[in-house]
Design a protein around this ligand. Structure first.
Ligand code: NAD
Length: 477
């Protein structure tokens, strides 16, 4: 795998592409060539892990404020190239520049780096009395292996890289095969300020990820992706008793209570479900609405959906884009078609253009709202991961809560109400890593995030997230 040398005047894309060969990456909106991605083999991976391992002890020996300072410098470097990164991300992932999309994602990378640099890392005194003294320190783990998905490729990479580096680890990162250029571009920018070999990207397919999860010199895997892949990683990691943070799939429920104001919540409901054109782990993927408000909520959502243009991400007017890849388009189409065939009512969408159906016009699936759908319909119980929201009618709140909790996954959830106390009482009964009230999917670098049940385990963000990429070490006398 030979890549070009960094030199002034080259675009970011030119710097990350191989001199020759590589895998063609196509724009999901147009089918045009975005660029060519280098493909590592297993020997490249082994070499990368060896370099990261050799660099780790020197990095761990640096003062914590030096490491925090370098995270801030990395944030500055991203800011300086923010627009080039956003355009690359938009072209490869498909997400529009505007709305909660590409520019927003690059901005989140900056915000997470700065926040992660700011959290205190202090030893904790656990016991200090006549019986003795005990304190808890957090040591580096070694080399962290990071494996990520294609939906928020830059932001999720930063979630893995920033805490790992802050705690004195080095990182080998394997991007999704669908969005390698975004991660390579990000790593290229970060490495303009980071010392050599702290962060190495190894682009390639699942076999690279599989080897990373078994590698004896990888101390921990931070994985974000689907639950089926997560299960394989958990099994593979057992061989070397690797530490794991698993951020897996979800099928988040939103529950509207009968005292909510449909007009007031409609736009937040919409973005809770359709952020990144529905391709978001903690997006609202099924919405439960009481009889009393059912028609009003449906009408309000249709009105909001009609105001949100979908199209090529580089067009400044668009806020929704294509599905990133054909396989995901097929999943959304299969689930929506099955729902319509079973008698559910289409409020809007569900009518992809002939060009979208045959793939010649990009992977666009129209914004789709489906009403009067059975609670056990596949569009409700499977993760659609695209722009199609089922709206399920309920009469009894206890039954809606039971339905929300009935699946094996539990990433996020939300309750929508004009009465905070009532909403909090319902929230306490939901099985999820996070329950939002009158919003959905709103994350903050200071607030820990993680899944319940088969949505994974381990926490990211904040001081909790820093502890997850460290070895707890008790010293007692
Ligand atoms: P995926 O599981 O198909 O792939 C994720 C990554 O795993 C890719 O880089 C892939 O190459 C790699 N991989 C594949 N096989 C592997 C193996 N055997 N060993 C190691 N690595 C392997 O997921 P995806 O389709 O890219 O992402 C979408 C899924 O991710 C959705 O289910 C979504 O809900 C989930 N997701 C979760 C979160 C979260 O924070 N919980 C965030 C984003 C996405």
């Amino acid at each position: 795998m030979t890549t070009q040398n960094v030199s002034d005047g080259q675009s970011l894309l030119e710097r990350i592409q191989p001199v020759s060969g590589g895998r063609e990456i196509l724009d999901p909106a147009t089918g045009e060539l975005v660029g060519r991605a280098p493909e590592a083999d297993l020997a490249d991976l082994d070499a990368a892990v060896a370099r990261a391992k050799a660099a780790q002890s020197g990095w761990a020996a640096r003062a914590d404020e030096d490491r925090a300072g370098l995270l801030n410098a990395a944030a500055d470097a991203i800011e300086a190239q923010a627009e080039e990164l956003a355009v690359l991300l938009s072209r490869e992932q498909g997400k529009p520049l505007n709305g909660p999309n590409a520019r927003f994602e690059v901005g989140a990378c900056v915000a997470w780096l700065r926040a992660t640099a700011s959290f205190p890392v202090e030893p904790e005194v656990l016991l200090d009395d006549e019986s003795g003294h005990a304190e808890l320190h957090h040591r580096p783990l070694g080399v962290v292996g990071a494996i990520g998905p294609w939906n928020w490729p830059m932001m999720i990479s930063i979630w893995q890289i920033a805490p790992s580096l802050r705690m004195g680890n080095t990182v080998v990162i394997k991007p999704s095969g669908y969005t390698p250029l975004s991660v390579l571009g990000l790593v290229e920018v970060l490495n303009t300020v980071l010392p050599a070999d702290l962060l190495i990207a190894v682009p390639g397919r699942g076999d690279i990820g599989d080897r990373l999860t078994r590698h004896p010199d990888i101390a921990k895997i931070m994985f974000t992706g689907s639950t089926p892949t997560g299960k394989k990683i958990i099994a593979a990691a057992a061989e070397t008793v690797k530490r794991l943070t698993m951020e897996l799939g979800g099928n988040d429920a939103g529950i509207v209570l009968d005292d909510a104001d449909p007009a007031a919540i409609a736009e937040d409901l919409f973005w809770g479900a359709f952020i990144n054109t529905g391709q978001t782990c903690a997006a609202m993927k099924r919405l439960y609405v009481p009889d009393a408000l059912y028609d009003q909520v449906c009408d309000a959502l249709v009105a909001v959906a009609g105001q949100m243009p979908m199209g090529n991400g580089l067009d400044e007017g668009n806020v929704l884009g294509p599905l990133q890849n054909r396989a995901q388009w097929e999943i959304v189409d299969r689930l929506v078609t099955a729902a319509v065939d079973s008698g559910a009512r289409v409020l809007t969408g569900a009518d992809p253009s002939p060009e979208a159906v045959d793939g010649s016009g990009g992977h666009f699936y129209p914004t789709t709202l489906i009403a009067d759908i059975d609670g056990d319909d596949p569009l409700v119980v499977e993760e659609q991961f695209g722009p199609a929201l089922p709206i399920i009618r309920y009469t009894d709140l206890d039954e809606a809560i039971a339905a929300a909790n009935a699946l094996e996954v539990g990433l996020g959830s939300s309750v929508w109400s004009s009465d905070l106390d009532r909403a909090r009482a319902v929230a306490a009964r939901l099985e999820a890593g996070t329950t939002w009230i009158n919003k959905h999917g709103a994350i903050d670098p200071r607030v820990p995030f993680g899944g319940a049940k088969e949505s994974g385990f381990g926490l990211e963000f904040g001081a909790h997230g820093l502890r997850e990429v460290s070895q707890p070490h008790v010293i007692s006398w």
